[in-house]
Design a protein around this ligand. Structure first.
Ligand SMILES: NC(=O)c1ccc[n+]([C@@H]2O[C@H](COP(=O)([O-])OP(=O)(O)OC[C@H]3O[C@@H](n4cnc5c(N)ncnc54)[C@H](O)[C@@H]3O)[C@@H](O)[C@H]2O)c1
Length: 275
C-alpha cells in the first residue's frame, strides 16, 4: 500500500479522473475526501470503493474561496493533518450556449468536408466568446486550483511535508482547431502556478507537480462530436483514448514516495501525442 495512513483531498472527485484517482488512493490505504460541486457524483465515487475504505464525500464549488477554506479547514481539524491535495475540478466550456456553438460549427465543417472534400468554414469561437464564458472557465481552473492550494499549504508547512497535484492538460502545450481558448489559457496557467509554487515550497518539504493528460475517455470527452473525436484519435500514436485509470496511476506515482525527487514537473499520460 503506497498511501497507508495518508489523508487525501481531491476536487472533481465525482466523475472521470477524480473518481478513478479517489478509488485508487483508497485502495492504496489513504483516507479520501472526495469533493465535487456534484455531491451525488462524489457519493457514487465512494460507494464504488472497497468496504474497508475510509472515505467521505463533500459538496464543494472550488470557485467559492470561503467554502474552500471552510471545508479544508474542517478536514484538517478533524483529521489533524492533510497529506495530499489533487485538483481535478474542471470544465471545458463556459456555458451550454458556448458548447452548442462549438457543436454547430463542427457539424457545418464536417458536412462541407463530406459534400465537397474540403471545408471553407472555419471555427470562429474566439470572437464569440463572452466575458462570462471566459471568466467561468478561468475561475474553475485557475482560481479553484489556487484557492485549494492556499488552503492546504499552511498545514502542509507545519507538517513539514505534503503533496499537491494539479491537473493541467495537453491543451496547455498544444491546440487543435476548435480547442477552447479559455481552457488552454487556464491549463497553461496551472502549469505556471505549479512551477512557481514548487520553486517556493520544495525546500520546505512540499512536492508540487502537475499532470497533463491527453484525451481521456470521461464525461468531458464523451460530448465531443464524433468527427472531431475521430480526428483526435488519429493523432494519438497509440490509437486509443486514455482511460481514467491511466491518469489515476500517474497521480498515485506523484502522490507516493516513489516521486520523491519530482517537483514543478508535468507528467503527461497522452498515448505518445507529442507537441
Ligand atoms: N478527459 C480528458 O480528456 C482530460 C484531458 C486533459 C485534462 N483533463 C482535466 O481533467 C480534470 C478532470 O476532468 P474529467 O475528464 O474527469 O471530467 P469530468 O467532467 O468527468 O469531471 C470533472 C468534475 O469536476 C467537477 N466540477 C466542475 N466544476 C466544479 C466546481 N466549480 N467545483 C467543484 N467541482 C467541479 C464536475 O462536477 C465533475 O465531477 C479537469 O480539470 C479536466 O480539464 C481532462
Amino acid at each position: 500500500m503506497k498511501l497507508q495512513g495518508k489523508i487525501a483531498f481531491l476536487t472533481g472527485a465525482g466523475s472521470g479522473l477524480g473518481r478513478a484517482t479517489a478509488r485508487l488512493f483508497a485502495e492504496e490505504g489513504a483516507t479520501v475526501i472526495a469533493a465535487d460541486i456534484d455531491l451525488a457524483g462524489a457519493q457514487t465515487t465512494i460507494k464504488g470503493m472497497p468496504p474497508a475504505a475510509m472515505a467521505e464525500a463533500a459538496k464543494l464549488d472550488v470557485t467559492d474561496s470561503q467554502a474552500v477554506d471552510h471545508l479544508i479547514g474542517d478536514v484538517i481539524a478533524r483529521h489533524g493533518r492533510l497529506d495530499i491535495l489533487v485538483n481535478y475540478a474542471g470544465i471545458a466550456w463556459g456555458s451550454k450556449d458556448e458548447e452548442q456553438r462549438f457543436n454547430r460549427m463542427t457539424q457545418a465543417i464536417f458536412s462541407e468536408i463530406t459534400a465537397t472534400g474540403k471545408a471553407t468554414t472555419q471555427f470562429d469561437l474566439f470572437a464569440q466568446m463572452t466575458d462570462e464564458e471566459f471568466d467561468r472557465v478561468i475561475s474553475v481552473h485557475i482560481l479553484g486550483t489556487f484557492y485549494c492550494m492556499r488552503a492546504v499549504i499552511p498545514a502542509m508547512l507545519r507538517q513539514g511535508q505534503g503533496v499537491i497535484i494539479n491537473c493541467a492538460s495537453s491543451g496547455a502545450f498544444f491546440s487543435r482547431p476548435g480547442t477552447p481558448h479559455h481552457y488552454c489559457a487556464a491549463k497553461a496557467g496551472i502549469i505556471g502556478l505549479t512551477r512557481a509554487a514548487a520553486t517556493e515550497l520544495s525546500a520546505r518539504g512540499l512536492r508540487v507537480n502537475a499532470i497533463s493528460p491527453g484525451t481521456i475517455a470521461t464525461a468531458m470527452t464523451d460530448v465531443i462530436p464524433r468527427p472531431i473525436a475521430e480526428m483526435m484519435l488519429q493523432q494519438v500514436p497509440m490509437r486509443r483514448l486514455g482511460s481514467p485509470d491511466d491518469v489515476a496511476k500517474t497521480a498515485l506515482f506523484l502522490a507516493s514516495d516513489d516521486a520523491a525527487y519530482y517537483a514543478g514537473q508535468s507528467l503527461n499520460p497522452n498515448g505518445g501525442l507529442h507537441y
